[in-house]
Write a protein that binds this ligand. Structure first.
Ligand code: CFM
Ligand code: HCA
Length: 530
């Protein structure tokens, strides 16, 4: 393993070598700087998506009572239509518009003459038919290129129709990945959504769940446990979410953060503006779930809550323990490589560890340095032209609505034992000798399968079949291969069952990579070498 990084890099021409060398790290000791959130080398087969995908598909997609219009050619709306498996069911206002894909379906004539009139008409039509609680408009690449002013269209529509209309300038080409889109969505939330809710009766321990998108029903499992303990869930950003609940995020006493990458901006802004502290938690894995629940109870500090938490942990664990351990017996000792967006490569190491599976390589598609190395590196992260392109907004305390649940001294004390207003990053849970790769490409994927031979490669749809045709089990950590939930106690058991089935299917004895038998391409390279 010691030479794995060199082996990959050796295959590159000088320019690519120079670019990729700092994105691949073999962990050793405390400090392991990694290059991240930078442009992908043109022409390389990356798994990354675009800014529109991060804004429209990821952060806004799961809000169920809005009309979410894609202003652009139909392909963008179509590709982001239900593929992410963010589940929803109608809430108290009866609305669930998730099954619909709203798009202006721009044609060539709209590109030439402008598409704003078509967009205005689309908003009118959608509001008349669906009576949404708000209309969100997202931009695709051509909208930015031709200069359609979606903000002006939104403002006029809001005046005309009396329904809140918010525009998101998340043209696909902005930034270097989905990550830019997360940031743009977060900015609009703080400007137009948080703090605009109607008075609501507050229960005990009111919390926001941030960065949880209900993929495969994860948020439902987390909410089930938290409700059982007695938390009042004000809102979830944005799994199975209602925009009216999201408006009240300022009224909670604590925000818990599952996916740091996609939501850290709003977590911080809500804290600065309203005093609501945020805590990094992780409901993936038994250890992660138990630790998160205990930290939350400690934050509120009520002995009754602490006792109830222990009771629920004991009850839930007892229900799955035997089955979970049976799967563990069949899985322990195996190795895994993980490559997902910007947080799951970390979270799933905790669950794999519960099952006795060790991680040998992990990477993010679009994580930033702090997602790898922890927020301690934030002061040293260098901005480049691409990151400066994304607006970074600052907020001031809202004198009228500012409230802090625990005093500063108490928060400082708690931060010594938990990630309060802080994230340790993925490397914190990895070992010396492990490999980390940022923005892994398909050549590097093939190399890691061949050289490191993990038993399981956890990733997404774009590389799953490369791995499987090579004889290595690949499970999708984005869509959960149509299974789930994987969060919390029941989720951990579902995951153990799925991985156990995958590992033990007899198929693997029948698969041999085609390139192991015959070369796939025959040709001559310059210099006459065959
Ligand atoms: Fe956060 Fe996500 Fe992820 Fe993400 Fe994503 Fe996703 Fe992901 Mo796919 S918000 S960073 S942009 S946890 S869609 S639910 S699975 S890449 S690791
Ligand atoms: C996205 C969405 C995605 C893609 C999944 C995959 C998801 O990035 O736009 O590549 O398998 O989770 O659906 O991350």
């Amino acid at each position: 393993m010691a030479n794995f990084r060199d082996t990959i890099l050796e295959g590159y021409p000088a320019k690519v070598f120079k670019n990729r060398k700092d994105h691949i790290v073999e962990l050793e000791g405390e400090d392991n700087p990694i290059e991240a959130n930078r442009r992908t080398v043109p022409g390389i087969i990356t798994s990354r998506g675009c800014c529109y995908a991060g804004c429209k598909g990821v952060v806004l997609g799961p809000i169920k009572d809005i009309v979410l219009i894609t202003h652009g050619p139909i392909g963008c709306g179509y590709y982001s239509w239900l593929t992410r498996r963010n589940k929803a069911r109608p809430g108290s206002n009866g609305l669930d518009l998730i099954p619909y894909s709203f798009s202006t379906d721009m044609q060539e004539s709209d590109i030439v003459f402008g598409g704003v009139n078509k967009l205005a008409k689309a908003i009118d039509e959608a509001v008349e038919i669906f009576h949404p609680r708000a209309v969100f408009i997202t931009a695709t690449c051509p909208v930015g290129l031709i200069g359609d002013d979606i903000n002006a269209v939104a403002a006029a529509a809001q005046k005309r129709l009396g329904v809140q209309c918010v525009a998101f300038s998340c043209e696909g080409y902005k930034g270097v990945s989905q990550s830019a889109g997360h940031h743009i969505a977060n900015n609009q939330f703080v400007k137009y959504i948080v703090g605009t809710g109607e008075e609501r009766k507050m229960g005990k321990y009111p919390i926001n769940i941030l960065g949880e998108y209900n993929i495969g029903g994860d948020a439902w499992e987390i909410e089930r446990i938290l409700n059982k303990i007695g938390y009042d869930i004000v809102c979830t950003y944005t799994g199975d979410a209602s925009v009216d609940d999201m408006r009240n995020a300022n009224r909670a006493e604590l925000s818990i953060v599952q996916c740091h990458r996609s939501i850290n901006y709003i977590a911080e802004m809500i804290e600065t503006k309203y005093g609501v502290r945020w805590m990094k938690i992780n409901f993936i894995g038994l250890k992660g779930t138990m630790e998160s629940l205990r930290n939350m109870a400690k934050f509120f500090g009520d002995p009754e809550l602490i006792e109830r938490t222990e009771q629920v942990i004991a009850e839930e664990f007892a229900l799955i323990e035997d089955q979970f351990n049976a799967h563990k017996e069949r899985l322990k000792g195996r190795t895994a490589a993980l490559y997902v967006g910007g947080s799951r490569s970390h979270h799933y190491q905790i669950l794999l560890n519960d099952l006795g599976i060790s991680t040998i390589l992990a990477g993010y598609e679009f994580g930033h340095r702090e997602d790898y190395e922890g927020r301690k590196v934030l002061p040293f992260v260098k901005e480049d032209a691409d990151s400066k392109n994304i607006e970074s907004i600052t907020v001031e305390p809202d004198e009228k609505n500012y409230h802090m649940y625990i005093p500063k001294e108490k928060a400082e004390e708690l931060s010594k034992e938990m990630e309060l207003d802080y994230y340790n990053g993925m490397f914190y849970d990895m070992k010396d000798g492990n490999v980390a790769i940022d923005d892994l490409n398909h050549y590097e994927t093939e190399m890691l399968l061949e050289k490191l031979k993990p038993d399981i490669f956890f990733s997404g749809i774009k590389d799953k079949f490369v791995a499987q045709k090579n004889g290595t089990l690949s499970r999708q950590l984005h869509s959960y291969d149509y299974s789930g939930p994987y969060a919390g106690f029941n989720g951990a058991l579902n995951f153990a069952r799925d991985v156990d089935m995958g590992v033990h299917t007899p198929t693997w004895t029948l698969v041999e990579a085609p390139w192991k038998k015959n070369p796939m391409l025959v040709g001559e390279v310059l210099g006459g070498q065959k």
